[in-house]
Design a protein around this ligand. Structure first.
Ligand SMILES: [Zn+2]
Ligand SMILES: [Zn+2]
Length: 373
């Protein structure tokens, strides 16, 4: 179910350079081009995948994002379920990489001196059970919000900010230095273009106050580790009435004690005794839907055998599909034998024939033949 790795799709190594990528892409594109494979839906899909992989990897910024976040880098944050979720475009994550995001970075400032608020990152860890069922999480986010007393202007109610007399509102001043004229940020208003003579007493002229807000976040069933959810406008308030930043929820799913996840499928290794494997038997496994499933092990079961429990895996995001649970059998050789057990096993061995262990007998016979002719 998981999307194929872009490097694998193109058949190149993770260290492939531009030239290697291009030649691999050409080869694959020629082979799977729809014109060459009329009516072949799987070739068409491969062609699309190859295109997508190359489009991503040929761009150094996108490639860096992919190397760092995998497919999650390009997933749309929109998970449905309402509540202000919006698709996070490509650019968000690239800006993150180049340090313009996640607070502290450069602010986008408009001509009016109104700055967009910083983006916030919130790391959330959930259990596999929670990823299975989905949940509504209540989170508390410390953030700066627009001051309610001055409505973000920073000026005491009844007064208003004045245009800066030093820079006439441009936020920049020019100074001659030798032959050059240097432009720099206005020292009076610090680039805002306005000064406040009578600052608001609540926010001391900042226009923002820090507060902890409670937000409810919808985590849809089937969500995968590494998913990023964007809550548009839920980040820090803008400065002096500027737009608010976004809140990004970086979601990780805790490793599970018994189940490993691969896309929508789950894997569980179950050790059974040598006698159960030889004689056959049954055991129960608890599944994430809260029920139990009985697994019947037939006589003569070998280590590594896999049993599929259909529909007992993870739900697929935004669909009604459900993955499967695979039970992988491990066989435990008995240890700390008593005298009596040892006797019984020796006796068992004496009356065993090649037919009891065809793999083992066959292997050593073939090896002997190979080396001794
Ligand atoms: Zn205020
Ligand atoms: Zn100024």
């Amino acid at each position: 179910m998981a999307k194929a790795d872009f490097y694998e799709t193109l058949g190149v190594s993770k260290t492939a350079d531009e030239k290697e990528l291009k030649s691999a892409f050409r080869k694959m594109a020629m082979k799977y081009h729809p014109d060459k494979n009329p009516g072949d839906a799987s070739a068409e899909q491969t062609f699309k995948n190859v295109n997508e992989a190359y489009e991503t990897l040929k761009d150094p910024q996108k490639r860096a994002a992919y190397d760092r976040y995998g497919h999650a880098a390009f997933e749309q944050g929109g998970m449905g379920g309402g509540g202000g979720f919006q698709g996070g475009g490509f650019s968000d994550i690239f800006e993150d990489i180049f340090g313009e995001m996640m607070g502290g970075g450069r602010q986008r400032r408009s001509a009016s001196g109104r700055e967009r608020g910083g983006d916030l990152r919130y790391n959330m860890e959930i259990s596999l059970e929670e990823a299975y069922a989905g949940k509504t999480a209540q989170i508390r986010v410390p953030t700066s919000i627009t001051c309610d007393v001055c409505t973000g202007t920073g000026a005491k109610p009844g007064t208003s900010p004045k245009t800066c007399a030093t820079c006439q509102g441009s936020g920049r001043v020019r100074a001659a230095q030798g032959f050059f004229s240097i432009e720099r940020t206005c020292p009076t208003c610090h680039g805002r273009g306005q000064t406040i003579s009578d600052p608001c007493t609540k926010c001391h002229g900042h226009g923002r106050v820090t507060e902890e807000r409670s937000l409810s976040v919808n985590i849809p069933a089937g969500i995968e580790d590494g998913t990023r959810i964007r809550l548009s406008g839920e980040g820090e308030a803008g400065v002096r009435g500027g737009p608010a930043g976004d809140l990004y929820i970086f979601l990780s799913v805790k490793p599970h004690e018994f189940y490993q996840r691969d896309g929508a499928d789950l894997y569980c290794t179950v050790p059974i005794s040598m006698t159960t494997a030889a004689l056959g038997g049954t055991f129960d496994v608890a599944t994430l839907d809260g029920t139990k499933s009985r697994v019947s092990v037939p006589e003569g079961t070998q280590a590594g055998r896999q049993f599929r429990l259909k529909g007992k895996g993870m739900p697929v995001l935004r669909s009604t599909q459900v993955g499967d649970l695979y039970i992988q059998i491990q066989i435990e050789t008995p240890q700390k034998l008593t005298k009596r057990q040892r006797e019984l096993l020796k006796e068992f061995e004496e009356i065993s024939s090649k037919d009891n262990n065809p793999e083992s007998a066959g292997f050593f016979a073939r090896m002997k033949e190979f080396f001794e002719g």
